[in-house]
Design a protein around this ligand. Structure first.
Ligand SMILES: [Zn+2]
Length: 95
């Protein structure tokens, strides 16, 4: 099965329409120590399993979205805009 991403705006599309934007990270609070900034800037978990990532739909609605992807199966479980609205679910048939 090809790698597809369910854009909340456009529906399910080929991953070739998107640009990968890296893992979703939490920026350290003001006053955080150097170690916290080092990890934020340079350390990536590159997780084997479920991780949340940024994707830009460059050949579609041209919006950034976040996708929850299983890196083992290279399958996007769900995708949504960062404001949390307009979620699209794949596969389960549940809403
Ligand atoms: Zn789109």
């Amino acid at each position: 099965m090809s790698f597809r991403i369910p854009c909340p705006q456009c529906g399910e599309r080929s991953a070739y329409e998107f640009r990968f934007g890296g893992e979703v990270l939490t920026r350290p609070q003001a006053g955080a120590d150097d170690d916290a900034w080092y990890h934020y800037s340079f350390v990536r978990r590159n997780e084997m399993g479920i991780q949340t990532e940024w994707w830009y739909h460059r050949f579609g609605c041209r919006q950034w979205l976040q996708a929850v992807r299983d890196t083992r199966a290279n399958r996007v479980i769900r995708a949504y805009f960062p404001d949390g609205k307009e979620q699209t679910d794949l596969g389960t048939g549940e809403s």
